[in-house]
Design a protein around this ligand. Sequence first.
Ligand code: SF4
Length: 350
Amino acid sequence: MKRRAIKVGHTIIGGGMPVSIQSMCDTNPHDATETLAQMRKLHAVGCEIVRVAVPDTGAIKPLAEVMKAAPMPVVADIHFDYKLAIEAVAAGVNAVRINPGNISEPERVRAVAFACQTKGVPIRIGVNGGSLDKSILAKHGAVTAQALVDSAHAQMEMLRRYDFEDICVSLKCSSVPTTIEAYRLMYAQSDVPLHVGVTEAGTLYHGLVKSSAALGALLVDGIGDTIRVSLCEDVVEEIKAAKAILQAMGLREGVEVIACPTCGRTKIDLKPLVREVERRLEACQTAVKIAVMGCVVNGPGEARDADYGIAGGIDEGLLFRKGEVVAKMPQRELVDGLMALIAGDEANKK
Ligand code: SF4
């Protein structure tokens, strides 16, 4: 089923557009300067939509300041107080997220819908397993996939009663199987664009594993129009992780670093070398595949389809392009040599 599209600022979610990447600021919502600084950091690494918490009326004035200079579309995250959603819309936000577990009274939802409609601002119905509507939780007895979907449907129906269709839905919980099942159900039942992610996924290691498992299972079936990888880490890591997942799923191009696991043949300190290559190419926008291999026996051959590569020798290594050796260098010069090779080829293309 083709997804409907919504427009969050200049970014389109759904409608067959590329899957966009989101994150959420963890700065003080009362501090516009700090929040803008973090948004710029996120934008520099590829964040396309950013969410900010709006916990109280004191956050509205700084939010209006942020909206004057935000480098990407901003979503106001609202819980409990529907009036904050209305004030956030007046402050100029590009979308509003409301949680049906926390704002479900029809009159309040209607007031938010009216404010959003007037300004052409879409609403994300952000269902969360940790704050499901009490009646839905009682009916299902636990946070099940169907309970998450029912909660979203209830609020979608309410918004549609007020002629509000500019909707995106997320169905988040911290269980990977429940998350997958919930999104599959919703995808089959509605053409609403889906914001996909696993909530409270955890630390960098576990969070990345859980998010990759869930997003991989969904994205391979075309489920997911925008994603957030939720990590208990520096927010920049969320963007790096999201980009890597989209690349791994073949949904985005970018820098792909292939590295061998090393073995008894390895005579070069490969792991720091790989990390340095990744670090230096963090902001690179070009689609390029780089292989960093531990030995000359298999290195260039195993990585023949890479654009560039390094194959380790004894404290030295070979640089290769498309499987052909182009230079031999001591270990300490290899990364500089690789970067110079890539930069030279890029300059020649212009
Ligand atoms: Fe071992 Fe060479 Fe394969 Fe790396 S590329 S795992 S060093 S055989």
